[in-house]
Design a protein around this ligand. Structure first.
Ligand code: PRP
Ligand code: URA
Ligand code: MG
Length: 209
């Protein structure tokens, strides 16, 4: 069963309040999403493997630790996931970036894939899928399917706000994928929007509404 981690650090909660606020404009919304993505990346990398090396400090020789060079790929679900990429790259600058293009059909709420491009060495990489919203879970489940079909084995899913329905959908379809969220909201409304949520993440990021 997928584990669910809620990163409710005070800084994340504070920034999320302004992300949710409908008075927050595009520029500030984008900056805040970027900042929260960085803070979440700090938490999500806690289990990165280390190895011991020996170095000379100005005082003595010391055995100390460095990252053991695990290969990471960040995969935003287009469009809204793009808003989280740079924030994660600030902490994992050597990561490769793949893209999965999906939109949710407004009538059926089912995801429609229109693009996929991943790093060539898919099987050797650990993937972090990023998308601000996990609503019905249709897009996340489809993005994970898409990665697995192309050979990905180790996948994490990271979002800002999740609905219980979306968490359940990932857990049922992909119990090997752990879920990292900043807030678990109450429910979905009749249009499949998260309540209280933040509205349409893509539109708020890119100023398209
Ligand atoms: O869990 P679900 O019910 O599938 O909904 C979540 C998806 O909906 C939004 O994308 P949207 O379809 O609005 O596309 P956009 O990013 O291009 O705006 C969001 O960024 C997720 O990808
Ligand atoms: O609340 C929601 C649900 C899906 N997609 C969004 O951008 N917001
Ligand atoms: Mg959208």
């Amino acid at each position: 069963m997928s584990k669910v981690y809620v990163f409710d650090h005070p800084l994340i909660q504070h920034k999320l309040t302004y992300i949710r606020d409908k008075r927050t404009g595009t520029k500030e919304f984008r900056e805040l999403v970027d900042e929260v993505a960085t803070l979440m990346a700090f938490e999500i990398t806690r289990d990165m493997p280390l190895e011991e090396i020996e170095i000379d400090t100005p005082v003595t020789t010391a055995k100390t630790k460095v990252l053991s060079g695990k290969k990471i790929a960040i995969v935003p679900i287009l469009r809204a996931g793009i808003g989280m990429v740079d924030g994660v790259l600030k902490l994992i600058p050597a990561a490769k970036v793949g893209h999965i293009g999906l939109y949710r059909d407004p009538e059926t709420l089912k995801p429609v894939e229109y693009y996929a491009k991943l790093p060539a060495d898919v099987e050797e990489r650990d993937f972090i899928i990023v998308d601000p919203m996990l609503a019905t879970g249709g897009s996340a489940v489809e993005a994970i399917n898409s990665l697995k079909t192309r050979g990905a084995k180790n996948i994490k899913f990271m979002c800002l706000i999740a609905a219980p329905e979306g968490v359940q959908a990932i857990q049922e379809s992909h119990p090997d994928v752990d879920i990292y969220i900043a807030a678990l909201d109450e429910k979905l409304n009749d249009h499949g929007y998260i309540v209280p949520g933040l509205g349409d993440a893509g539109d708020r990021l890119f100023g398209t509404k």
